[in-house]
Design a protein around this ligand. Structure first.
Ligand code: A2P
Length: 329
């Protein structure tokens, strides 16, 4: 099996290499590509050294699967070129997510939507993936009417430059800025760019992607995204109004039975999900599960996940596994 990784030098690209190796892709023919700046550089994968190639050369090698984590521009340009050759593209950018002809997949939830003819498959936004992991079993059982979301997103979601900014600011060294403000000892309600309606692109992704993955355009969703000086993962406070009433006992049971989700909820002993504990883990963690006493049929959740793993690399590699097992064997 041949597998290309476009964006192999990036922050998510590095975690993708690790996850591919962990999940048994180490013996594949590996084709690492990135921008022209990186051609000829050496990169490690599964204990071997590889030379970075151009995206054009990776396309010409006709891999079975190409995983993209290089931003929307390269995805828009190159994904159709891979697809035309018959390669299945798993794209981690936002380029294709809202296209009605492109499946947007979290394997535990809607892996069934992928067809043999799909040549581009979109990996959802990191904050959406972790949230729908907790919401899916509740939606199936009770139906979700409305979501009010506040996120506390890690700088790792913005890439290497942002992590570098936080680390340099922390030790008082000058650096290139990924953000319009200092992030160390600060936070800001700003992820992505502002749209005409006052929301940011990151907030709108949570609305559209959640509806698409849960296959329900009637869910009312409002979100505020904040960037925080944290590296381990994204945290989200989610207020969930359901169509039917629930018992907390049943909610715990549903969440406990969701594959890939871990209930971490023992406030008496100060146990609740935190980025520090989620970092490096593939599971999504949910806690602070409690009834919202301000209105009926409503629940509060606190959801944390490593945005580089389940929020990006792990989910993408799970999609690749699904494609391999279903269509390439
Ligand atoms: P490069 O290292 O050559 O710039 P991050 O999210 O950490 O900033 O990483 C972005 C990734 O996307 C890097 O691997 C980067 O490669 C890659 N990339 C950026 N622009 C392009 C492009 N035009 N074509 C292919 N890869 C790109």
């Amino acid at each position: 099996m041949k597998i290309a990784l476009v964006g192999a030098t990036g922050l998510v690209g590095g975690v993708m290499r690790k996850v591919l190796e962990e999940r048994g892709f180490g013996n594949c023919t590996f084709l690492p590509a990135a921008s022209e700046r990186s051609i000829g550089k050496k990169i490690d994968f599964a204990g071997r050294e590889y030379v970075m190639m151009s995206v054009e050369d990776a396309i010409a090698a006709v891999p079975d699967i190409a995983i993209f984590s290089a931003g929307s521009g390269p995805s828009l340009k190159y994904a159709p070129m891979f697809a035309e050759k018959g390669t299945v593209v798993v794209d981690n950018s936002s380029a294709w997510r809202s296209d009605p002809n492109i499946p947007l997949v979290v394997p535990e939830i809607n892996g069934d939507v992928i067809k043999a003819t799909d040549k581009i498959i979109a990996n959802p936004n990191c904050s959406t993936i972790q949230m729908v992991m907790a919401l899916c079993p509740l939606h199936k059982r009770y139906g979700i009417r409305r979501l009010v979301i506040s996120t506390y997103q890690s700088v790792t979601g913005t890439g290497m430059k942002a992590v570098n900014q936080l680390m340099k600011e922390r030790v008082g060294e000058p650096c290139e800025k990924a953000y319009p403000h200092q992030i160390d000892m600060n936070l800001f309600p700003h992820g992505g760019t502002f749209e005409d309606n006052g929301y940011t692109t990151e907030e709108i992704k949570l609305v559209n992607e959640t509806r698409k993955i849960l296959r329900d355009n009637d869910i009312q969703i409002t979100a505020t995204v904040a960037r925080v000086p944290v590296t381990g993962g994204h945290s989200e406070a989610v207020n969930v109004e359901l169509n039917e009433d629930f018992t907390l006992e049943e909610v715990y049971d549903l969440l406990n039975r969701m594959p890939g989700l871990v209930v971490q909820d023992d406030p008496e002993h100060n146990i609740y999900p935190m980025p520090m504990w989620a970092q490096g883990r593939d599971e999504v963690f949910v806690g602070r599960i409690r009834r919202d006493f301000s209105q009926p049929k409503t629940l509060n959740l606190w959801v944390v996940g490593d945005n580089l793993r389940k929020g990006a690399a792990t989910n993408a590699v799970q999609i690749a596994e699904l494609v391999r097992d279903r269509f390439l064997k």
